[in-house]
Design a protein around this ligand. Sequence first.
Ligand SMILES: [Zn+2]
Ligand SMILES: [Zn+2]
Length: 346
Amino acid sequence: MHVPLDSKRISMASEKMKQPIIWGNVIAIVLFHLLALYGLFTLPWTQIRWQTYLWGYFLYLAGGFGVAGGAHRLYSHRTYKAKWPLRIILLICFSISGQNSVYDWVRDHRVHHKFSETDADPHNAHRGFFFSHVGWLMKKKHPEVIRRGRQVDMSDVLADPLAKFHKTYFTWLKLLFCFVIPIAVPPLLWNETWYISALGIGVVRYVALLNAAWSVNSLAHIWGGKPYDKQISPTENVLVTWLTAGEGWHNYHHAIPWDYKAAELGPSSINWTTYLIQMFSKIGWAYDLKSPSEELIKKLVERRGDGTHPKWGSGKQGKEDQIGIGDGDKYEQWGAARELPMEGPS
Ligand SMILES: [Zn+2]
Ligand SMILES: [Zn+2]
């Protein structure tokens, strides 16, 4: 079955289109990475206090939870609902990660899912590892990304006063929670040196977490098996799962984006984010957790999988006929044509 789409035409024409480089971003990203490398090779690792290591690891996990559990699974995909105390925690954690505002993140991510691996995908992995990892942040957005981004319904995010607050004060929140507090705590509370804290916590920890988050768009769109849908680029990548506390089960996630676990299995699949959401659901701060039935997953594996699923794969390719890949509106098309729900129960 072939789906004729205008986006295919767009894809061809705009391949050659030049996207101007944003030099400010290039300089900032390169500088931070050079500083992080300098820190990695010169920091006196044996003299750093154990509390500082713990603090760095805590910030890494908290930032990861803010991205995965907040911007991604809550705001982008609405895979569960969260009461305001949890939304505050998630937005603080997201600020710790030092990325874009939650509004921009969600808009880009929704466009990414809807138009994966086309020119409208902000970090189109078909343009190579570097572009999907970090290069996309160094260039002006492709016109198609901007056009599709404007069409995304963001009313739910704007209706949330906390997300709106984050959008308005994003720069201050990022400064405060990604740099000022993380760097100030070790010298003030356990007499760490300011130098170690600034370089180790302010730079190395920040750059490590950024690269972990970026690896979902690069590594998990290029390398790994496709047990749930062999016709899309996202993969199951265990390394990314380790780096991101549960976001590397990306073939599954693109196949069923409305599952709060972003994976078939729960915390046992190295899914720290899922564990935390479940923990918060026990005290009622997270609720309406959406997840598909085992029957639906089995059907998906048998129809579209590449045969690598440990339980239902048995080395056989899914039976379903090929469908044109790389076409823009496939998201809606597949929702209808493939008789498998793209949206979760509301
Ligand atoms: Zn997603
Ligand atoms: Zn993706």
